[in-house]
Structure formats: C-alpha cells, structure tokens
Design a protein around this ligand. Sequence first.
Ligand SMILES: C[S@@+](CC[C@H](N)C(=O)[O-])C[C@H]1O[C@@H](n2cnc3c(N)ncnc32)[C@H](O)[C@@H]1O
Length: 224
Amino acid sequence: MEILNVLIGCEESQEVCKAFRELGHNAYSCDLEDCSGGHPEWHLKMDIFDAIDLKGYDWNLAILHPPCTAIAVSGNATYAIGKLKYNERLKAIDWTQNLWDYTKRFCPYVALENPVGCLNTLGSFPKPQYIQPWQFGHGETKKTGLWLHNLPNLKPTKVVEGREQKVWKMPPSADRQKLRSKTYTGIAAAMAEQWSEFIINAFEKSNVRREKINYGQVAPASIK
Ligand SMILES: C[S@@+](CC[C@H](N)C(=O)[O-])C[C@H]1O[C@@H](n2cnc3c(N)ncnc32)[C@H](O)[C@@H]1O
C-alpha cells in the first residue's frame, strides 16, 4: 500500500492524525502547544509554517485547522466591522490567507477547516463545502466549512438522528475552548479514509513513481 506523508496543521488533539495513522499513513499533528492526543512522537510542536518547510518531510496532504475566534460569525459581536477588535479579524484573515496560499505552493492536496465565518467575504478562498457532525455518526450540529484544494468533497458516512447543539452547551471549564474545537472522530475517520484513497488512486492513475516520499521518518526531535 502507498504510504502518504500527512501534516495536520494547528491540531493539538491529534484526532485527524490518529485516524490517518490507523490506516498506516505517516501522519503528524502540528501545534504551538503540546498535544493532548497521547502521541507526542507524532507531534511537531512548532509553528505551522516551519512544519510545512521541514527538511526530510515531503508532505502529500495537509489538513489545516487554523484559529477561528476572530474569523467565525459567532465572534461578530466583537470582531465585525465597527466593533472593537475588527483589526484583529483583518489580521487573522491575512494570516489564514498566507497559510492557505503557502501550503498550496508546497503540498499538492490541501484542506482547511473552519466554522462559518468571513474567509470568503474578506479573503480569497474557493467556495467551501459545509458539513455537519450528524452526517458522520454524531447526533449534533456544528456547521463546519472545508476549503479544498485538489480534494473531493467529503461524503457523509453515517447520517444519524439527533441535532443537539452540544458544543455551545458545554459548561465553563479550563478546557472548554479546546473541547469545542476538537475534530469529531467520525469526521476525522472520513477524511483519512476518503482522501487517502483519492490521493492514492490519483497517483496510480498518473503512474507517478513517488521516489521523493520518505518512508520511516526519523523522529521530529532529531530533525530540529
Ligand atoms: C481552532 S484550534 C484547532 C484545534 C483542532 N481542531 C484540534 O482538534 O486540535 C486552533 C489551534 O491552532 C493552534 N495554533 C495557533 N497558531 C499556530 C501556529 N502558528 N502554528 C501552529 N499551531 C497554531 C492553536 O494552539 C490551536 O490548538
């Protein structure tokens, strides 16, 4: 089986990283923070731009989960035009736009995940696909956009009853923000299964010999 090198940017939970690892791929999460997913050996604790540039890695696919606080419509009361922190919204759009454009230069397949927000009105992004957790086995609502470069829309894997808005009802806690932004396991599994299959098929169809891919990477710590 072809083994893909996959970078999951801005992910501390390692949910998507673990889904790709379960399928045998060479996946790494990357975040400024320590990971909470239990696999520090698969975690690049560094700036996402540095991870994209890492020598010895040749990323086939990057899935990005950039910060959404200033971009999401849920923050409009604070970040919309005329509000106190509008400047921060513009900065966040600029950073996310740079991340999207930069990643596409170095990686052939890219997905960027964010809640409903102003990426398309203030930035220059393709039209997103919107998905819901209830399409992937979780009886909850959380409308999420996927901006895709060379990747197909994600197909629902298990449509279930239940439309609870669980993330908003979470009680206050130190981890509330982290828990709210953690990727659902059903969505992570769908990304890993559908997108790895799509890329491997594309390699086979184009008859590309992927000599540049590195198998059995050295541990991140020894690369730095
Ligand atoms: C909205 S959360 C995404 C969480 C993700 N869905 C998960 O399951 O872990 C955004 C994440 O981006 C990380 N982050 C912010 N700036 C970053 C940077 N320059 N490089 C890497 N990660 C960054 C934050 O620490 C945070 O964990």
